[in-house]
Each structure stands twice: as structure tokens, then as C-alpha cells.
Design a protein. Structure first.
Length: 246
């Protein structure tokens, strides 16, 4: 599944090639180990015998065999998953396959297994699609572009340059989020989780949102836009799910 032509692994400019995959994955592992160390000191890591941890491990384990379909490197990653006691409604997967889920997402949203698979699949998708690597490459290009335009047009256009570049970056971020939604749905479907749960997941997320930040100035698609895109692609993934469970 590809949400947008020219986005993700098929990007024609191969922006990610400006940054080493090994370097990004090494950075991801270092950040993960540092974070894990702090969480352990605060005694906020769920124990291996905790039912919530076991549930996340089970669902994640169902998704991972299909990650390599989107990135050959994923087959060699040292995947890890941990659950942190926190009111934060979030989860993430760092480059190289290090996954953190916060208990707040379960406490606040009361996720089903299918919704949990959609959520974790979304985070895994960010990693296998190498969105962090792309963002770092875009940051380097942005810095180069700002310097070049400043040299051409003068210091008085600094603010205009920054605004224009930042809005471009926001658009790329929204595309990354949509692509992660769709690839996450496929991972879930192939693992035998109902991909239609992505709709109820984001409805729950949207209901928790505070304020009404316009989509144009947001790093994420609006809830309505996100759900509409998901619905448009259900015909591609529901048959994969039905084939597994039939």
C-alpha cells in the first residue's frame, strides 16, 4: 500500500540515501537504551508477568513476521518491545525496531486487540518505512536550502524562508502519518487482526483531542481526513484479513 506517490520507499529522489541507515538505527538503539535506563530507575517498566505486557508482546509478535515485506533490513533488526507505566496516550517504534507502548493508551482508550494491532502496526510502519531517516535527510536539505537562499536573497528574508520550509516539512509529516496508517493496516490484516479497527482506533483518538488545530498547520492529518483515507483503502486489506481467519 502506498498513500501518496513519491512518498516512502518509492520516493523518486531517494532522500533517505543522504543518511546512512546504519547510523539512524544506531542512534535509535542508543536513544532506546538511554530511555530504558531512566524508566528502570523510576520503576515504571511493566514486569514480564504483567498481563498488559504479555498482551502487547503477543500482538506485536503476530505483526513482526510481515515487517520484512516493507523493508529487507527489518529481518535483521533486534526487535524489542516494552510497556511503560504512564498516563501518556502514545506509543513509538524507533529505527531498528525498538518499541515502547505507554499504559495510558489502554487506560484512556480501552483498546481491543484489533485496535491495539492497528496502533502498534502504525508505529512499526514508521520504522520499516524509514520515516526517521527521511526526516533527517530532509532536515539536512532544509538547512542547505536556507543557507543557499540567504546567500542569494539576503538576511532580510530569513523569516520568509523559514516559514516556507517549515510548511513543506509539515506536509511531509502528514504524508508519513497516512502511509504509516495504511501499512500498519496491512501488517495487522496479514497477522489476522481486523484492519477495520483502525477506524475505531482513530475515532477514539479524535474524541480525545483537545482544540481544533487546522489540518494545514498540523503535523498530523485531521481525524476525519485520516478515517476517510483508511476507508478508501479497506478493500485492499480486508481480503487479506479474511483469508487468514476463514
Amino acid at each position: 500500500i502506498r498513500a501518496n506517490e513519491g512518498v516512502g520507499l518509492d520516493a523518486p529522489l531517494k532522500l533517505r540515501n543522504l543518511v546512512s541507515a546504519e547510523d539512524i538505527e544506531s542512534q535509535g538503539d542508543a536513544q532506546y537504551q538511554e530511555y530504558l535506563s531512566e524508566i528502570l530507575k523510576k520503576n515504571r517498566l511493566l514486569r514480564a508477568d504483567d498481563a498488559r505486557f504479555k498482551r502487547v508482546v503477543r500482538i506485536t509478535g503476530g505483526l513482526l513476521p510481515f515487517a520484512q515485506r516493507f523493508n529487507d533490513r527489518a529481518g535483521n533488526w533486534a526487535w524489542e518491545v516494552n510497556v511503560v507505566k504512564s498516563n501518556v496516550i502514545n506509543a513509538f517504534c524507533l529505527p531498528g525496531g525498538k518499541i515502547i507502548v505507554f499504559t495510558g493508551i489502554f487506560d484512556a482508550l480501552k483498546l481491543t486487540d484489533d485496535e491495539t494491532a492497528a496502533m502498534i502496526g502504525h508505529e512499526i510502519a514508521h520504522a520499516v518505512l524509514e520515516h526517521a531517516r527521511e526526516r533527517e535527510a530532509k532536515r539536512r536539505l532544509r538547512d542547505f536550502g536556507e543557507r543557499a537562499l540567504r546567500n542569494i536573497l539576503g538576511e532580510d528574508v530569513d523569516r520568509l524562508v523559514r516559514v516556507g520550509v517549515n510548511l513543506m516539512a509539515l506536509k511531509f509529516s502528514r504524508n508519513d502519518e497516512i502511509e504509516a496508517d495504511l501499512v500498519g493496516m496491512e501488517l495487522a490484516a496479514r497477522a489476522g487482526f481486523d484492519p477495520r479497527a483502525a477506524i475505531t482506533l482513530w475515532k477514539k483518538m479524535t474524541a480525545r483531542e483537545k482544540g481544533n488545530t487546522p489540518e494545514f498547520l498540523s503535523t498530523h492529518p485531521s481525524g476525519e481526513s485520516r478515517i476517510e483515507t483508511i476507508e478508501e483503502h479497506l478493500d485492499e486489506v480486508v481480503p487479506l484479513f479474511e483469508k487468514v481467519v476463514e
